[in-house]
Write a protein that binds this ligand. Structure first.
Ligand code: SF4
Ligand code: SF4
Length: 81
């Protein structure tokens, strides 16, 4: 991530749909840790059919150092490259 960009990868074979990553993300609409203005980028992660899906990659620009979702994932399914 030399240029500040990051790519969020989810291994759908390993994700068990716990939702920890969705909850941990500052862009979770229920989370008030970031300015309301940024909520136009929300959500970035969501559960679709019980599996984590990456909806957008806006956090690459807005929170380039955040790795909260990766840290919250108990299975290693979600990785940030
Ligand atoms: S890196 Fe941070 S801002 Fe981006 S999806 Fe994960 S928890 Fe959300
Ligand atoms: S925290 Fe990991 S296992 Fe849980 S929903 Fe997110 S990617 Fe899947």
């Amino acid at each position: 991530m030399a240029n500040g960009k990051k790519t969020i990868m989810v291994d759908r074979e390993v994700c068990w749909g716990c939702g920890n990553c969705v909850e941990a993300c500052p862009f979770n609409p229920g989370n008030r840790r970031v300015p309301a203005l940024w909520m136009k980028y929300a959500p970035i992660l969501r559960l679709v059919n019980g599996i984590c899906s990456v909806v957008s990659n806006a956090c690459s620009e807005l929170l380039p150092d955040c790795r909260a979702c990766e840290k919250a994932c108990p299975t290693g399914a979600l990785r940030i490259l």
